[in-house]
Design a protein around this ligand. Structure first.
Ligand SMILES: [Zn+2]
Length: 395
């Protein structure tokens, strides 16, 4: 498991020790191919679906127990986010196959495509599998980049066939995911395993602020309609709004694209990405309505929601199973919500789903400094192994 983790970490490695494997990029496809080879070596039936998800399956009777995570990363991200869950899941399935444990239920390991939403919106692969992806998603794109559909074609996928990725719920028993916490809670408590109670909801918006392109040498500053200056003010106002809010809402302006984007031209357009997160749908609605009213104050400005990812409670049945397995192994656990989005929340809307966290050093993630000591990986992987075995046997 550790060797596999290190082999994945080497794919898309950046000079600063981080990893860049944007979904559908050559590096991400290379990681998928390597994982596919391991799945085949483990005796699994391997396939890529129409969304670019990689699936390895051990047959059985009844609905499948699925273990998943993702192999794509953010730009210059860490080696652990996603990849750890894939190697842990593969290890679990391989062990159960080799030891002929839990051989009643079909077992699957899934490496989801574009969990990070590098091309349009996050958790793309899992949403495609659960039938939540529409044409809007395929035509969507990040500011200044190619639409997702074009990126998929570049990776050899046919976006019009996306519907084929959809799975029948009757064939799915449960979903498990092991992931790094990406926050400081477990480390500060000195507890090796987090059991996720619920996953936060996420709304993402693109705000377009118009201005007028002018010669920057001949147009007096006071006479300009400068899109970037207006956008900068809006960013300040969004921050002040978030600072006034109770702790259940958090948000971020994470990218700005300016056009034409030249030193000597007054900016004619600025596009901001705005994200809100909360476990409460009402807080997300409130924030969205507030953003719409803010944008309405700027003539010509527009706002468009690009993602609505509902928050999701994890399955009480599976959470209790993880707790009892951890107790029987003598592993301390801490129940906690997840402020980061994960494929598990998409699955959890359709199928009983559960999630395990392992500690992140310093709470750092989406950074080359992302780190989890290997001794901290093992307890989580052990809980995953024994919970999946117990469920596969019980069924
Ligand atoms: Zn992740």
């Amino acid at each position: 498991m550790r060797e596999r983790f290190q082999a994945l970490a080497a794919i898309g490695k950046t000079p600063g020790g981080g990893v860049t494997r944007l979904a559908f990029s050559p590096a991400a496809l290379q990681a998928h191919r390597l994982a596919a080879r391991w799945m085949e070596e483990a005796g699994l039936r391997v396939r890529d679906d129409a969304a670019g998800n990689l699936i390895g399956r051990r047959e059985g009777t009844g609905p499948a127990i699925v273990i998943g995570s993702h192999l794509d990363t953010v730009p210059d991200g860490g080696a652990f986010d996603g990849a750890l869950g894939v190697v842990a899941g593969l290890e679990v399935v391989q062990r159960l196959v080799e030891e002929k444990r839990g051989d009643a239920s079909p077992l699957e390991i899934v490496a989801h495509a574009d969990e990070e939403g590098s091309h349009h919106a996050g958790t793309f692969g899992s949403r495609a599998m659960l039938g939540e992806v529409g044409e809007e998603d395929l035509l969507g794109h990040q500011p200044g980049r190619e639409p997702l559909a074009a990126v998929m074609r570049g990776a050899g996928l046919e976006p019009t066939r996306i519907g084929q990725a959809r799975r029948e719920r009757t064939g799915l028993r449960a979903y498990f995911e092991l992931h790094i916490e990406q926050g400081p809670v477990l480390e500060s408590l000195g507890i090796p395993v987090g059991i996720v109670t619920s996953i936060v909801g996420i709304d993402q918006y693109l705000v377009r602020v118009p201005g007028q392109a002018r010669h920057a040498g001949t147009t007096p500053v006071a006479a300009r309609d400068d899109a970037l200056v207006k956008a900068a003010r809006a960013i300040q106002v969004i921050r002040e709004f978030l600072l006034m809010r109770p702790a259940d809402l958090i948000g971020n302006v994470g990218s700005v694209s300016v056009s034409p984007g030249a030193m000597n031209v007054v900016p004619a357009e600025a596009i901001l990405s705005v994200e809100f997160r909360s476990a409460r749908a009402s807080s997300l609605d409130e924030a969205g309505n507030w953003l719409v009213s803010l944008v309405a104050e700027h003539p010509g400005a527009t706002v468009r929601r690009t993602l609505r990812e509902h928050g999701c409670p994890m399955s009480a049945e599976l959470t209790a199973l993880l707790e009892s397995v951890a107790r029987s192994l003598g592993i301390a656990t801490h129940q906690m919500p997840s402020g980061a989005g994960h494929d598990a929340q998409v699955w959890g809307r359709h199928v009983p789903a559960a999630m395990l966290f392992v500690p992140s050093r310093g709470g750092i993630s989406h950074s080359p400094e992302e780190w989890t000591d290997w001794e901290d990986v093992i307890p989580g992987a052990d809980v995953l192994l024994n919970a999946v075995a117990a469920l596969a046997t019980a069924d």
